[in-house]
Design a protein around this ligand. Structure first.
Ligand SMILES: Cc1ncc(COP(=O)(O)O)c(C=O)c1O
Ligand SMILES: N[C@@H](CCOP(=O)(O)O)C(=O)O
Length: 415
């Protein structure tokens, strides 16, 4: 696997060692060697693997191994058949969004309940291959749950640097239940990333946050599986929530590679939706700034989007904005909760961060960025039970909006 610095363009090397950043500080990007990859042969191969059951290559990530981590030995792979998630259509949600057709890709159906599993199976497997036995992250709760689950499966240690702000209690409990050691730190996710960048190497910890380029490689599989499910014909738009911007970067990179290999005819456009109180990337593009100004105190009901300084913004800029002609938008917590109530009532369900995608799509149709005759897919990134605190809020919003408050039952009148 080759790693190229996004800043200075030089190739990073360091055999047997995890690589996250170049010496110049730039993010590292992986380069897929697509020589010899034939689209028709790959389609047949992926179909055969899909028809098999419960083999490491039948899952929704490693099925696409040739496009993700070709040289990784099979015996290093730690997998729970992640991916293989449902793709749904629902008339109420399509009407709410305002597009001709709408698909919802439920990454919430992953084994730990979020899209992180697509990337984490690859990151943890790669770390094991390199010989690491201690895996670390900071997290608002989904990354840590996913990492702790795979580390436990592999019999390895998981250490989570847990922010004291912006995390969801249920996700922290899930992380602990998988056996992770929790180390409290002051501040939010952004402080946790700074801490790991400074100390992880000295502690020989393998960092599983998305500044690790292998996470992005794994998350590309969401683009691959979506394309596969739609018989390699993509919607006009893919809409997803943006926090650390790993999902947007991975989607853009995955689509770019599918197009280069000839598996899809054209790259769909990407819309990144940020929460209003944590929208530095949206603001940067809106103001036509060339670099990101972090938000010091991110604030949103969507715990997973509680990020003021998204480490992957240069990758999202390259792959989701420049190559996929992407756009950004921000939505309020109220919009998020309203969209969440709709998604929950459709039977699909999701956590608030995921609902931002539908809220953003609705806004982009309303403001004319997306035409009602266009088609879209929203990524639902996390499970309804991930942020239970938000369920009551979205339910009461829903009830208020429907004015379904029933009059108190009257006592029966005596005859
Ligand atoms: C459920 C969920 N949705 C969306 C996001 C945002 O994705 P990203 O940080 O890759 O932008 C996250 C966290 O990263 C998440 O956990
Ligand atoms: N929502 C995320 C925050 C981003 O984490 P990263 O692993 O992509 O760096 C979480 O679940 O922690």
């Amino acid at each position: 696997m080759r790693f190229i610095c996004m800043e200075c363009g030089c190739e990073a090397s360091g055999s047997g060692q995890a690589l996250y950043r170049c010496e110049c500080g730039g993010l590292l990007d992986t380069v897929l060697d697509d020589r010899g990859l034939d689209a028709d042969r790959l389609k047949r191969l992926f179909d055969v693997r899909l028809s098999e059951r419960n083999t490491p290559l039948s899952g929704g990530v490693w099925r696409y191994k040739e496009l993700i981590h070709p040289e990784l030995p099979m015996d290093s792979i730690v997998t729970k058949n992640e991916g293989n998630t449902g793709l749904y259509e629902h008339a109420d949600l399509r009407e709410y969004a305002g597009t001709r057709r709408l698909w919802l890709k439920a990454q919430s159906e992953n084994p730990s309940g979020s899209f992180k599993d697509n990337g984490m199976t690859v990151a943890v497997s790669h770390g094991l291959w390199l010989g690491y036995s201690r895996f670390a992250c900071t997290s608002t709760g989904n990354t840590s749950s996913s990492m702790a689950m795979y580390a436990a499966l592999a019999g390895a240690e998981a250490v989570v640097y847990l922010p004291d702000q912006g995390v969801s209690l249920s996700k922290v409990l899930q992380t602990e239940a998988y056996g992770a050691q929790l180390v409290r730190i002051e501040g939010g996710y952004d402080a946790g990333i700074r801490y790991l960048e400074e100390h992880a190497e000295a502690m020989r910890l393998y960092v599983c946050n998305s500044l690790n380029p292998l996470r992005i490689e794994g998350q590309k599989s969401i683009a691959f599986e979506l394309a596969h499910q739609l018989d390699w014909r993509m919607p006009d738009w893919i809409v997803l929530p943006g926090g650390a911007l790993s999902n947007a970067a991975a989607m853009g990179k995955g689509l770019d590679e599918l197009k280069r290999i000839g598996l899809i005819a054209s790259v769909p456009r990407i819309a990144i939706v940020q929460a209003e109180g944590a929208a530095p990337f949206h603001r940067m593009l809106l103001n036509r700034e060339s670099s990101l100004r972090p938000v010091d105190q991110p604030a949103t009901i969507a715990s997973a989007l509680h990020i003021g300084n998204p480490p992957n913004w240069p990758k999202a800029l390259r792959y989701a904005i420049e190559r996929a002609r992407g756009v950004t938008v921000s939505v309020s917590d109220r919009d998020i909760l309203e969209a969440k109530a709709r998604i929950d009532r459709s039977g699909i369900g999701c956590e608030p961060a995921s609902a931002a995608a539908l809220a953003g799509l609705r806004r982009l149709v309303a403001d004319g960025t997306i035409h009602p005759e266009e088609t879209a897919a929203c990524l639902l990134t996390g499970h309804l039970l991930k942020d239970p605190e938000a369920i009551a809020l979205s339910l009461s919003l829903w009830k208020d909006s429907k004015q379904t408050v029933q009059p108190a039952p009257r006592p029966l009148e005596p005859d």
